[in-house]
Design a protein around this ligand. Sequence first.
Ligand code: GDP
Length: 246
Amino acid sequence: GEGRFGKDISEDEVKQALADGIAAILTTVEQGMKFEKADAGPFVVLVCGVNGVGKTTTIGKIAHELHRKGGRKVMLAAGDTFRAAAVEQLEIWAQRSGAGFVKKDFGSDAAALAYEAYEKAKAENADVLLVDTAGRLHNKANLMAELQKIIRVLKKQNENLPHAVLLVLDATTGQNAHEQVRIFREIVNVTGLVVTKLDGSAKGGVVVGLADSFGVPIHMIGVGEQIEDLQPFRAREFAQSLVGLV
Ligand code: GDP
């Protein structure tokens, strides 16, 4: 026979072969996120990422998904205490999604906030606590100290905390997204990625690069600014749309 690439091959067959190749890479990082309580307290997720990547929005979307669709009691902690706008935005997302909300005064210690948020979440029997964090990458030493202190302080409550560390990346930043994975992995134990802004433009290629370079699980993708615009990452579907098959 002619084999797969014989002379009668159609454009769609080429696309399908490409999609298969891409899906093979992406499948290695396709991993849904469970948010399952591991102990007496809530499932704690530290959410990291550079300012502007869509961290706050993603937290709101996750809270919505867990609360409205899963019936889970969710609490949000405003850990970026030096950015008033971030705290305000997160509070709005808490209201939209029906989640509880914990903040402290402007400029408070983020680790103290995380500690108190955990105590409150546990006392109120919350299922999931999502902790927003600062994303000022231009001062890496400060950021490292702050994130590591949050983790240290949480571990005083329970050695298993945080149960997950999500890194949020903006697909439209291309190579910067790679750099951000590299840097954040030096600082914290990133357990999974959320890639945002995959709506509209054809920027999905960055996801293939991330999968290939790091092999870190990709849990979810952001596909818009609205509360419903969060999807589980599906390797095959993603590969198909990347090559223009769907
Ligand atoms: P943060 O600084 O990382 O907390 O970022 P924000 O959550 O405030 O988001 C920054 C901007 O990106 C806002 O205008 C959001 O509406 C927008 N944004 C977030 N996620 C997405 C997404 O998946 N798609 C699109 N198109 N915009 C998004």
